[in-house]
Design a protein around this ligand. Structure first.
Ligand code: GLC
Length: 544
């Protein structure tokens, strides 16, 4: 009947209780969350003003704020020109201190983005580095002589299109940039760079941040010999969803084994501060390679982000196999995580389909592991529509089908003009995804997506096995229903999710009471149930 997939193990904080980062993380894209000064762009004071919503109304445990550091905004803040300040567009260090103080007063943890792989080309370090070949900061970035034919030093490609090398006329060498040419790669093999970057962590830790989301955490170490990447023998066709980056196997331009030494050093700085945390953006389809970023002794990242459920086809088997694979790959004692959306991906309501938003909410919040909710997904927001030529995202300007503006549209707080994001006369930096929904319209409606999120989050508090328990797949039911048990210290909850658009019969292992459904309420105890299309339910054995 059941397929064991897990040895329960819950990470603990210094007080012996489950670590705070086993709770729910909520990602905020600061340009798009709340605009306190009516310039159409969100800011830190705007976020502070909504912390009550996050903590009280929604009930999440931690926020992750995407970059708010000084930046020319070539990649909307992922091009940092000063790692230890706040861009005036978002406020000031004092606004950040206020945000942290208010968050902590509300018992919310604050995770910030750390972008160690590359800085902006406008960072003082890079300006020095590119000034002359013998500048003391020359080796802080990755400079190479041209190939004998005068071309780039090797065949590495930029994720944002074209070659990953930019020729610098002043000094006659190329510098490496995995993303835009405005995002030169820092040289993590230079100990001075490591020291300077670890100091930027300390700066924010001293200011009270609880953790970091580490941008492209697998890219910090490349092949020291700069060998050419091999050609990908079976690239996806260039076009709709893949571009020239996919024409190579990326074996030499990232994830050199020395990466693990770097992550151990990063972790040791974070551990010096007690119950702090790190989660890395790791795009690594091989589960063992992915899991290696925890470190065998759990001495690297607290977690690498698990992106496997983002693009899995909406089938019970598709999800089941990824969930089981993650559990199997985890080093002993490691804690899993799940993410259904972020600032780089089409919204879950668009990707999975609007009919599946409710089932996806139950799934995300009842799987074993830390869930990250992307702002606005609790309203079921869909991708925005950005007219041709109006793209803001540098990637979208190059490849309109990959435009990330669609998932970065402003949060919708009220039905008013400005949607409570900005004032009624200001123009938001991106259009709203829709005009027909908002926190205010959903909050009083017991059938809204927001109400469903609130209910599940509350259930996780009442029935702690849903948050912290072991997970066991139930396997002898219809293949198109995904079902699992969550168990903790004798308590059990069962979850069943119908992945089809037709009704499905489902049998639980015992007589159960329903504690949540995405569809119509059921009164009586039952063991057999007819699930509506796209329905998800959570039940407990009677007399629990
Ligand atoms: C990460 C970020 C993405 C950014 C890129 C370059 O993938 O999530 O938004 O464009 O790094 O920093």
């Amino acid at each position: 009947m059941t397929e064991a997939v897990d040895t329960p193990s819950i990470p603990c904080g210094a007080d012996g209780n489950p670590a705070w980062w086993t709770g729910i993380i909520y990602q905020i894209y600061p340009r798009s969350f709340a605009d306190s000064n009516s310039n159409g762009i969100g800011d830190l004071t705007g976020i502070t003003g909504q912390l009550n919503y996050l903590s009280g109304t929604l009930g999440i445990d931690a926020i992750w704020i995407s970059p708010f550091f000084p930046s020319p905004m070539a990649d909307f803040g992922y091009d940092v020109s000063d790692y230890v300040d706040v861009d005036p567009m978002f406020g000031s260090l004092s606004d950040f201190d206020d945000l942290i103080a208010e968050a902590h007063r509300l018992d919310l943890r604050v995770i910030i983005d750390w972008v160690p792989n590359h800085s902006s080309d406008q960072h003082a370090w890079f300006k020095e580095s590119r000034s002359t070949r013998d500048n003391p900061k020359r080796d802080w970035y990755v400079w190479r002589d041209p190939a004998p034919d005068g071309g780039p030093p090797n065949n590495w490609l930029s994720i944002f299109g074209g070659i990953a090398w930019e020729f610098d006329d002043t000094t006659g060498q190329f510098y490496l940039h995995t993303f835009l040419k405005e995002q030169p790669e820092l040289n993590w093999r230079n100990p001075e760079v490591e020291t300077a970057m670890l100091d930027t962590l300390r700066f924010w830790l001293d200011r009270g941040v609880d953790g970091f989301r580490v941008d492209v955490a697998h890219y910090l170490m490349k092949d020291p010999a700069f060998r050419d990447n091999p050609i990908n023998p079976s690239p996806r066709p260039v076009g709709k969803d893949r571009h020239d980056y996919d024409t190579q196997l990326h074996v030499y331009d990232n994830a050199h084994t020395d990466i693990h030494t770097v992550h151990r050093r990063i972790r040791s700085v974070i551990d010096d501060y007690g119950d702090r945390f790190s989660i890395g953006e790791i795009h690594e389809p091989d589960w063992d390679a992915w899991a290696s970023y925890y470190g065998d002794d759990l001495d690297q990242l607290h977690m690498p982000y698990n992106f496997s459920l983002l693009w899995v086809p909406w089938t019970a088997e598709g999800f089941r196999s990824q969930i089981v694979a993650q559990e199997a790959a985890l080093p002993t004692g490691a804690w899993p995580n799940h993410v259904f959306g972020n600032h780089d991906e089409s919204r879950l309501a668009t990707r999975f389909g609007t009919d599946r938003v409710r089932a996806a909410a139950v799934l995300l919040l009842t799987l074993r592991g830390t869930p990250t909710i992307y702002y606005g997904d609790e309203l079921g927001l869909v991708d925005g529509v950005i007219g041709p030529g109006n793209e803001q995202d540098p990637w979208g300007k190059l490849y309109p089908d990959l435009n990330r503006d669609v998932c970065r549209t402003p949060m919708q707080w009220t039905p008013d003009p400005g949607m409570g994001f900005t004032n009624s006369t200001s123009r938001s930096w991106l259009p709203y995804a829709t005009s027909d929904t908002s926190v205010e319209t959903q909050i009083g409606d017991p059938n809204s997506t927001l109400s469903l999120y609130r209910t599940i989050i509350e259930l996780r508090r009442v029935h702690t096995e849903l948050a912290l328990g072991a997970i066991t797949m139930l396997t002898d039911n219809p293949a198109n229903v995904l079902s699992y048990a969550r168990t903790l210290e004798g308590a059990v909850s069962y979850v069943a999710i119908n992945f089809t658009d037709s009704v499905q019969r489902f049998v639980f292992p015992c007589v159960v009471d329903q504690i949540l459904t995405t569809h119509a309420h059921r009164e009586t105890s039952f063991s057999e149930v007819t699930l509506a299309a796209d329905e998800a339910i959570v039940v407990k054995p009677v007399r629990w």
